[in-house]
Design a binder for this molecule. Structure first.
Ligand code: COA
Length: 372
């Protein structure tokens, strides 16, 4: 069995941001339009008026202050509240591939590698632009990588499940170097017209280089172990798929975009994740006092504060459990990898950290790393 390391990471951040105030102004204008258009039905009690959203609620319920998006104008158009993402010609790189490529090139440069050094590409993401060919195969081609590539989707846990899949292949010798990319265009699956969740997501792409330790050319994090678990739940769900025929039908079908029972998710996922991490650490013989950093999934600040406290047995000190959700919002599978990429360079040799992502499925994945 080979030892596996993470030797490179990269984050592609879109150029456009939407502040909470901008988002709320657009949502409230949409609500006013909706209420005016449906005034009669609302007055007759056949329809509920849409209440306003508020920036104060968003910050206090989630900790999110802004989000990056691939298209701001479509999202902020009160008559639309949906990104304008122009379909690409078949011969042009897809949007996901383009974002992933940017993050992948950063990760490869950090690892001192070229695309041709990679023999496996996994595109692990919640939202895929098309059914096939796999986005991962397109990225493999654009990078000039060898071997093989495939897409996978375990919703917000896709990155850690991708890391486990790649690490297992490298350990057993079927590949030597893998790139795990997480291009997340969450703006295209969010229902921006739903006040309960319109503030939750943002767009981003992340990439990690995983390789055999004996091949690594740059400083790295050794992967001590990985652990994944799933447990079926309908509390986070998106029914979009081949049953969707037209945009009109999609407009009528709220279930064709992201849906969640946020309160239930909050209550049910917290114990699941805390227990999962505790079991993983116990299995590895690692005590809370030995863990220097926690890079958690970025959905909700209160949730992360709770998990951090549960795992460490005390309030995390500044920097021990870094959040990036205030800037990026929830970026699905990419969140914990952004936190890792932006908050790991200062660790010293021998320091241990844990990457954990969780979400729909339910699913939870954790990766224990050691700075070499
Ligand atoms: N602006 C103002 N008020 C709002 C609002 C908004 N945008 N959205 C909801 N509210 C209101 C609700 O109507 C409710 O009012 P009520 O008390 O009069 O009924 C109140 O605020 C509380 O709403 P609730 O949905 O219970 O808020 P919450 O504190 O549970 O926070 C989430 C909502 C979604 C942020 C939170 O539940 C969460 O983060 N859950 C986990 C999400 C998660 O991890 N999902 C995984 C996705 S990958």
């Amino acid at each position: 069995m080979h030892s596996v390391v993470i030797s490179g990471c990269g984050v592609f951040t879109p150029s456009e941001t939407i502040s909470n105030d901008e988002l709320v102004a657009a949502f409230n204008a949409h609500a006013d339009l909706f209420n005016a258009e449906n005034a009669e039905a609302i007055a007759a009690g056949r329809l509920e008026a849409k209440p306003h959203s508020s920036s104060e609620f968003i910050v206090s319920a989630s900790g999110i202050e802004q989000r990056y998006v691939m298209d701001k104008t479509g999202v902020l158009d009160p008559a639309r509240l949906f990104p304008r993402l122009t379909p690409r010609a078949d011969d042009d790189p897809s949007l996901m591939a383009e974002m992933a490529l940017d993050a992948a090139n950063q990760a490869l440069a950090m690892a001192g590698l070229e695309g041709s050094d990679v023999d496996c590409v996994l595109c692990a993401a919640s939202n895929h632009e098309r059914a096939y060919p796999a986005i991962a195969v397109e990225i493999q081609s654009l990078l000039g990588a060898g071997g093989f590539a495939f897409d996978m989707n375990v919703a917000c846990s896709s990155a850690t499940f991708g890391i486990q899949a790649a690490a297992d292949m490298i350990r057993s010798g079927s590949v030597a170097r893998a790139l795990v990319v997480n291009p997340e265009i969450c703006s295209a699956h969010l229902e921006w017209r739903d006040r309960d969740c319109h503030f939750i997501f943002g767009d981003v792409a992340t990439a990690l280089v995983l390789e055999r330790a004996d091949l690594a050319r740059a400083p790295y994090y050794k992967i001590r172990s990985t652990r994944c678990a799933t447990q079926f739940s309908n509390n986070i769900r998106n029914n979009d798929g081949f049953l969707r025929r037209t945009r009109d039908q999609m407009d009528d079908r709220r279930d064709m975009q992201f849906m969640q029972n946020g309160r239930k998710v909050f209550k049910e996922v917290l114990p699941l994740v805390s227990q999962h991490i505790a079991n993983h650490m116990e299995g590895e013989g690692i005590g809370a006092d030995q863990l220097s950093r926690l890079w958690l999934h970025q959905a909700n600040k209160t949730m992360n504060d709770y998990i951090g406290k549960k795992v460490l047995g005390r309030d995390p000190e500044a920097g021990e459990q870094p959040n990036i959700l205030q800037d990026y919002a929830n970026t699905s599978s990419a969140g914990s990898i952004i936190a890792f990429a932006k908050n790991s360079a200062d660790l010293a040799a021998g320091d241990l950290g844990l990457i954990c992502s969780f979400g729909a499925g339910y699913s939870v994945g954790s990766v224990i790393v050691e700075k070499a």
